[in-house]
Write a protein of this length. Structure first.
Length: 373
């Protein structure tokens, strides 16, 4: 019979339906993870005698077997997704210090990104053009400083932060779904681009169906990987505010981007500032606060200039086509989709790019118009 190592056994436990973080912690306490391989193929009675509840003992007896472990590992390997566990030396120290660090992390891309000093950029999915531009610029400039940009691959602020970071450095997308089930679906191409230079990361085993309960759990990973969390735009309640709260609980920095006091999208950030979060608007503001904590990030020379990505950007053929249509007549997303013949994901990406480069703007009613009209 094959002897499996601790890391492989952790993946096996992690794949068993109904076995979560606390049960694996109980395995560590009652059995000891260094001996966990000895519990493969044990009966429910054995597990129960070790101190597990009958229902949990039944799940462990049925799922923690040589046969099932081999299936789990083969399925993960064949998916193209790699993994590390809390027992690996490669596991990021900042995340290890957080409450309930994931036992297993699944990823696609460059695992080295986990060892950069990181800053999280989060915010509402329904952001304004102002919020989108700020998130993009912060992502871009932090990446230029050698800082990893962490976000959740969601629509709005998250996507803009990832896009900005991709122009100049590394970014980590922490999913609320498995790595093979990208959500939202229109960000599948964005996830592929991130995996080429950064990392797409998930706590969910391959084959896990997406459900709302996974998204709050991923917020603790975003906060746990990062020296600090920047909230760009958020209402008073939402995922970004949860991430900021988790960062505070971990004694990490929290930053907030001020916005118009009349905008509902500014309610959360203004609340954070009133509660003591540092108000920031540029990368320089953030770097001033975290510089003392950086040990590996390369710093730009003070005389080095940064290209302004918002001006004189050369558009590709598809971007120019969409810009021409919008400049000729203001159009909704559906109208542009019909006129262009592009896919939903292609058009979404092009509109985001044109907005970030100050070529178009989204107006009330979901109408896109030229920035100059």
């Amino acid at each position: 019979m094959r002897v499996w190592n601790v890391n492989q056994c952790l993946v096996g436990l992690h794949h068993i339906q109904g076995i979560g973080w606390h049960t694996i912690q109980l395995c560590s306490t009652l059995i000891g993870l260094s001996n966990i391989h000895e519990w493969l193929n044990r009966s429910a009675a054995d597990w129960q005698s070790a101190g597990f509840k009958p229902s949990v003992a039944e799940r462990l007896a049925g799922g923690f077997t040589d046969e099932r472990l081999n299936i789990f590992l083969e399925k993960t390997y064949n998916s193209g997704v790699d993994w590390i566990t809390l027992m690996d030396e490669a596991y990021p120290e900042y995340l290890k210090e957080s409450p309930e660090p994931p036992w297993v992390l699944y990823g696609m891309g460059a695992w080295e990104a986990l060892h950069l000093p990181c800053i999280a950029i989060v915010g509402t999915r329904h952001c304004t053009g102002y919020g989108r531009k700020v998130a993009y610029q912060l992502g871009r400039d932090l990446a230029l400083e050698g800082v990893g940009v962490v976000s959740g691959l969601a629509r709005g602020i998250d996507a803009a932060a990832h896009e900005g970071a991709l122009t100049s450095g590394s970014t980590i997308a922490v999913l609320g779904s498995s790595c093979q089930n990208i959500y939202p679906q229109e960000h599948h191409q964005l996830a592929q681009r991130i995996a080429q230079s950064g990392l797409v990361l998930s706590e969910s085993p391959i084959g896990t169906a997406s459900h709302p309960g996974l998204f709050p759990r991923r917020n603790r990973i975003i906060a746990g990987l990062s020296l600090g969390t920047v909230v760009v735009e958020s209402q008073a309640r939402g995922g970004a505010m949860i991430t900021a709260s988790l960062a505070l609980e971990m004694s990490r920095e929290v930053f907030a981007v001020p916005g118009p006091v009349t905008s509902p999208k500014s309610e959360g950030t203004l609340q954070l500032i009133r509660e003591g979060a540092a108000a920031v608007g540029t990368c320089a503001h953030i770097m001033k606060e975290i510089r003392g904590q950086l040990t590996t990030a390369p710093h730009r020379d003070n005389n080095e200039t940064v290209m302004d990505h918002d001006e004189h950007v050369e558009l590709n053929d598809q971007e120019q086509m969409i810009l021409d249509v919008i400049e000729a007549q203001e159009s909704t997303f559906d109208e542009l989709l019909m006129k262009s013949g592009l896919t939903f994901a292609q058009l979404h990406h092009i509109l985001l790019s044109l907005q970030l480069h100050n070529r178009i703007q989204e107006r009330p009613g979901g109408v896109y118009g030229s920035i100059w009209t």
